[in-house]
Design a binder for this molecule. Structure first.
Ligand SMILES: C[S@@+](CC[C@H](N)C(=O)[O-])C[C@H]1O[C@@H](n2cnc3c(N)ncnc32)[C@H](O)[C@@H]1O
Length: 471
């Protein structure tokens, strides 16, 4: 039995009434409902898990548990995520070609979904303020095979300086008091206090003020939290409407899931449109607690300024010329890429690839004015590192090549070999292939490797991802 704070219980008994609050507290004491998404970007989407219970209203999402050592996870074929937390990215309705910002992005549950919806067109800027958490964000975006994300490690104020009126859509999945996570992470109970809720509220406003600057007029803001407190949910939406001139839009296309809505009467504003916002309570039995709202920034999208577009093109070209590959470098990259079937993201590589400090990459964003002063963790698709007379392909490239079926693959036959490879060891293989190959287990591509003349598969699984212990 979780020891919920007395003032938390009293608050929700007052807001919901004693009967509904009792249901909420009982649900918080039940087991969490785990779920996972299957990656539509990957050529092979087979998983060994049951798919008996789909998460209603979502594509490719199922209830069930995933282990971090399973080939499904390691190859980016599945992402384990709280089912309720899958909805904010769904309601964002991202379309290919859009410019999307995920401002509080780690570990990447929403970013992977937003990025996949872009289908390689447009750009996803995935930002995370924490230097440790941004690493997990990068790993997850790479595993998912997303090629057009700019991953940054900045505070929102710094980011806002570079992107005025830039994004079509911004997701702010805000740091919050995490009441919806009590049953998943009981530690959140220790942080909880009425004062902490107000601290979170002011941080949310600070972040949103910067998000507002980066959104185009007419652009859409998706605000979400995993907490129940009206101070961090309805009150924030009311503040966006009253102080920032936003309009609340109805939540689209949720027909089969039991959803609850926001409560205008829990705020001072009493704005009736707060009923359009989305709430999942633990007693709704979807997943953990979640709040989400879609809002539209006032104003019409600005007319395209032809002069500015031309100037940008010129700058891009200049930048491109400075970092363009030499003929020899292009040859080295071609020697690796020509051996594989290329997904759309790579078809134009010879025109798009740039090189900086021996790193060859296809940028998600080239405009220097957007990148200046930012901590860039990854810009687009890293193809590899130039070393003397060869290109050493990157791990991200392996994950992106997994978008189409490949023939230059060594499929590890035994689980023991698979675990040894994840552990960083070499493995003896039975193949006629030589040189760089993709490595798979149960047909799911998860790494590069290099086969020697003695049929030894040299290990190219990145050090930072290796497992410490085989079990
Ligand atoms: C709820 S989590 C995001 C979860 C993520 N969207 C997902 O779906 O996997 C909130 C994130 O905001 C980050 N954060 C905290 N303070 C922030 C700030 N001032 N600006 C931007 N992000 C912040 C936290 O480090 C945390 O990673």
């Amino acid at each position: 039995m979780l020891n919920l704070p007395t003032s938390f219980k009293e608050k929700f008994e007052k807001l919901l009434g004693k009967d509904e609050a009792a249901k909420m507290f009982a649900a918080i004491n039940q087991n969490t409902k785990k779920a996972y998404r299957v990656n539509p970007l990957k050529a092979i989407q087979q998983v060994s898990y049951d798919q008996d219970e789909a998460v209603p209203d979502l594509d490719n999402a199922y209830y069930g548990e995933v282990n971090g050592q399973d080939p499904e996870w390691v190859s980016g074929t599945v992402y384990s995520q709280d089912p309720a937390a899958m909805f904010p990215a769904k309601i964002a309705k991202v379309k290919p070609g859009e410019k999307v910002l995920d401002l509080c992005a780690a570990p990447g549950g929403k970013s992977t979904a937003l990025g996949q919806a872009l289908k390689g067109e447009g750009v996803l800027v995935a930002n995370e303020i924490s230097g440790t958490r941004v690493k997990a964000l990068r790993e997850n975006i790479e595993r998912w095979g997303i090629s057009n994300a700019l991953i940054t490690n900045n505070d929102s104020e710094t980011l806002a300086k570079n992107f005025p009126d830039f994004f079509d859509k911004i997701v702010v999945d805000a740091p919050c008091s995490g009441e919806g996570m009590f049953r998943k992470n009981p530690d959140a109970i220790n942080y909880w206090s009425p004062e902490y809720i107000l601290t979170c509220q002011s941080r949310q406003k600070e972040i949103l003020q910067q998000a507002v600057k980066m959104l185009k007029p007419g652009g859409k803001l998706i605000y979400s939290t995993c907490t129940f407190s009206p101070e961090e949910d309805e009150e924030i939406v009311a503040w966006l409407v009253e102080q920032e001139g936003f309009k609340v839009l109805p939540i689209p296309e949720i027909t089969s899931t039991k959803i609850s809505h926001g409560h205008p009467e829990w705020t001072n504003s009493n704005l009736v449109e707060l009923k359009e916002t989305l709430r999942f309570w633990p007693q709704d039995n979807v997943g953990e607690g979640q709040f989400a709202a879609i809002l539209q920034k006032s104003g019409e999208p600005a007319m395209v300024n032809e002069k500015k577009v031309k100037k940008n093109m010129k700058n891009k070209k200049k930048q491109h010329n400075k970092l363009a590959l030499t003929v020899d470098e292009r040859k080295l990259v071609g020697e690796v890429l020509d051996q594989f079937d290329l997904p759309i993201a790579l078809k134009q590589w010879s025109k798009q690839a740039l090189v900086r400090q021996d790193h060859v990459f296809i940028p998600a964003l080239t405009d220097e004015s957007k990148l200046r002063g930012l901590k860039i963790v990854n810009n687009g698709l890293e193809l590899g590192l130039l070393k003397k007379k060869r290109l050493e392909p990157s791990h991200q490239l392996a994950e992106v090549l997994g978008q189409v079926s490949q023939t230059r693959v060594v499929d590890l036959a035994q689980r023991e070999d698979y675990l040894s490879y994840l552990h960083g060891e070499t493995v003896k293989v039975d193949t006629n292939l030589k040189g760089f190959v993709l490595v798979s287990y149960q047909d799911l591509i998860f790494s590069f490797g290099k086969v020697t003349g003695q049929k030894i598969l040299k290990n190219f699984y990145p050090k930072g991802l290796r497992i410490l212990k085989k079990n």
